[in-house]
Design a protein around this ligand. Sequence first.
Ligand code: NAP
Ligand code: MG
Length: 497
Amino acid sequence: MSSAAVDTRKYQLFIDGQWVDSESGKTFKTPNPATGETLAEIAEADKADIDKAVAAARRAFEGKWSRMSARDRGRLIYKLSQLIEQHSAELAAVETADNGKPIKESLYVDLPQVVENFEYFAGWATKIEGETIPVPGKMFNYTLREPIGVCGQIIPWNFPLLMAAWKLAPALAAGNTIVLKPAEQTPVGAMELAKLIQEAGFPEGVVNIVPGYGETAGAALAAHPGIDKIAFTGSTEVGKLIAKSAAENLTKVSLELGGKAPNIVFADSDLEQAVAGAMMGIFYNQGQVCCAGSRLFVEESVKDEFLGKLSEKAGKIAVGDPMNKSTQMGPQVSEEQLNRIKGYVDIAREEGATVLTGGQSPNLEGAFQKGYFFTPTIFAEVKNSMRVAQEEIFGPVVSVISFKDEDDLIKQANDTIYGLSAGIWTRDITRAHRFAKEIKAGVVWINTYNMFNAASPFGGYKQSGYGREMGKHALEMYTQVKSVWVDLSGRPIGWFK
Ligand code: NAP
Ligand code: MG
């Protein structure tokens, strides 16, 4: 199937278990970024629809969902994971058509991880427990770990289904209800997921999916006094807006934001392994990854050899039709993102960096001429203070910075407002662990990159956000603790007897 062959799809909003038009009757279109053609037309949620969805989520939370046993909740989530697995091929095709990521990635990385996340958190539903606290005196003190309530969730376009899974799975396992707003660029996967949520048999209103624009639907959700928590993944800029509006109602917040990760190559590393790791770090998903290794630090003594190998391999990456199984890079998600990346190529040149490879759109044939493609790009001679080393570009663009010794390296690696992830390539085990301790980042990869598992926490230091997704840590974001005191003495207390 070629990218251009997908028919225009139509979707309504999914509120209270029903498919409904938006109150305004408005719709919006999402393109296939490989061709620029319309992929789907979707009902556009606005404040009035968010109000309806929040009310439905509240009713579900106070009603059936809170009375359901943890076992039954877990079984529903598990059933959803199985349905997703059964529909993996269709969902992967939809994901690639909407986002542009190579089908090889949608099918063999995104979808399996979506399934894994629902499966993993299905198991947690029955394992969320309180504690007994050894307090002094004739007192019994225990804790209850309870759901937070109605959760607003706003997700980005880079891993549309996977981001939905990271948000929905732990929130559901903990017993919350949800209003999810997908990104305007990539709403289709979430709407297909809604069909499976319906099929799995979740009670009405437990999950509501309301696509729309960030400034309207997203802002209305974040500011809504009827939600108990807002979870957001996206840019640091919008994350700050979310935190500000949540502060109005003291809504609980978790934020998964941008990054400018250092990926560090020492001279003693296995250079073949490091070159492949550098490429996975920046070219995977067209570089649209919050933990992308976009600052590539290379030890001076191996810089020329390393860059020779890297640029040779980067030049050979197959860029084109994302539906083709041999394609390694598809288009960027939107024209806006493509233009943003091009703008940074100009900035790099103005700042005195050199463009070693790439730096422009490729020449593609037929329908793909209108797609938002960009070639793998390497900026050499970059200084860590330059804008291309400090600002998140979110494209297949890497800034190479050389370093002489470890002290100088750590200082530069930490010299960023972000702190999401970091990579290091070395055979020196002491140095690797020293680095892992000294780097200010939520995730560190040693001689590997972009490794994820539903059981392993992910999240940022500094302006990369707060809270941890996945693993048992994610449950902390979706539960609250109640402390209960019980008298065991049977006697009046205190001095007011
Ligand atoms: P974004 O603007 O932060 O969008 C993320 C989500 O927030 C989308 O659902 C968006 O809706 C929504 N949103 C936008 N403005 C909002 C507002 N005022 N109130 C509430 N919600 C709002 O990110 P983007 O523009 O799609 O991507 C650009 C940058 O985001 C990238 O360069 C990168 O820095 C960052 N990003 C980070 C991640 C990550 O995983 N950490 C993922 C994707 C992007 P709309 O889609 O309608 O705008
Ligand atoms: Mg799209």
